[in-house]
Write a protein that binds this ligand. Structure first.
Ligand code: ADP
Ligand code: ADP
Length: 231
């Protein structure tokens, strides 16, 4: 089952001779309940692809479908609602609100939407990320790995259809990185979460089910059941 699909995506920056094609006819599918990595050299279009798929940026040409919904057909209000209700985000830099506790950060997107969490699901997420003793702490009182696990919990608590993670372990040491990757893996194995992660790190890729390789804005290869040695 396809959770998200890009068809013939082109993203061009600038015009004329100076134009850069960050994406140059990318067609790719992401399957429901799978953990997919996007890899490739710096400048190959990984972030651009992810930002387009996550409705944070618009392609110059081509179509994007999240489930049955074609993003290009939505007006701004519906795009905002889709980002809020159906997509989870995890960033390299955590993006937590420093004045709020871990629990308040995790619940912030729901609070803004005027919704309350499913208490059972909230408990499950907190236990899975192993944050129960840290819920009343502010980000400055947490390690990098704990902060990123707060960000992961925030991404999952609204039960999004798909989670996009942009270099989620890029700012973490390998032990903290492994905690975050282990959590993302468990959310796929235990809850059937669909995750798309941009990474440079072969060890991070080894946690995924499938790797898509980009070069110069094009899909060059893909690999199932990657290992740190094979990517
Ligand atoms: P990656 O994430 O693989 O490093 P990006 O998607 O960030 O690659 O960038 C792909 C290409 O698009 C690069 O050549 C980059 O310089 C260019 N690019 C990205 N964002 C912009 C922008 N806002 N304006 C102009 N060029 C951009
Ligand atoms: P647990 O909490 O079950 O002890 P971890 O948090 O270590 O497990 O890992 C969670 C999931 O990630 C496990 O299902 C495991 O298969 C997978 N995993 C753990 N380490 C690696 C690794 N180095 N490479 C790939 N997958 C791993």
């Amino acid at each position: 089952q396809v959770a998200a699909r890009a068809e013939h995506l082109v993203k061009a920056y600038g015009a004329g001779a100076a134009a850069v094609r960050a994406l140059d006819d990318v067609t790719v599918e992401f399957y429901a309940g799978e953990f997919t990595a996007i890899m490739g050299p710096s400048g190959s279009g990984k972030s651009t692809l992810m930002h387009c798929m996550a409705a944070l940026d618009q392609p110059t040409e081509g179509r994007i479908l999240l489930g049955d919904t074609e993003l290009g057909r939505l007006n701004d209000n519906r795009l905002t609602a889709l980002r809020r209700d159906q997509i989870g985000f995890v960033f390299q830099s955590f993006n937590l609100v420093p004045t709020l506790t871990a629990q308040e950060n995790i619940l912030l997107p729901l609070s803004i939407a005027g919704r309350s969490p499913d208490p059972e699901w909230f408990d499950t997420v907190i236990d899975t990320v192993d944050l129960r003793p840290r819920l009343k702490h502010r980000p400055s009182e947490l390690s990098g790995g704990q902060q990123q696990r707060v960000a992961c919990a925030r991404a999952l608590v609204s039960k999004p259809e798909i989670v996009f993670a942009d270099e989620p372990t890029g700012n973490l040491d390998s032990t903290s990185g492994a905690e975050v990757l282990g959590f993302l893996r468990r959310s796929v194995d235990d809850f059937g979460q669909t995750i798309v992660m941009v990474t440079h790190d072969p060890v991070a890729a080894s946690y995924t089910d499938r790797v898509i390789f980009l070069t110069d804005g094009q899909v060059r290869d893909e690999l199932r059941s990657p290992t740190a040695e094979s990517v």
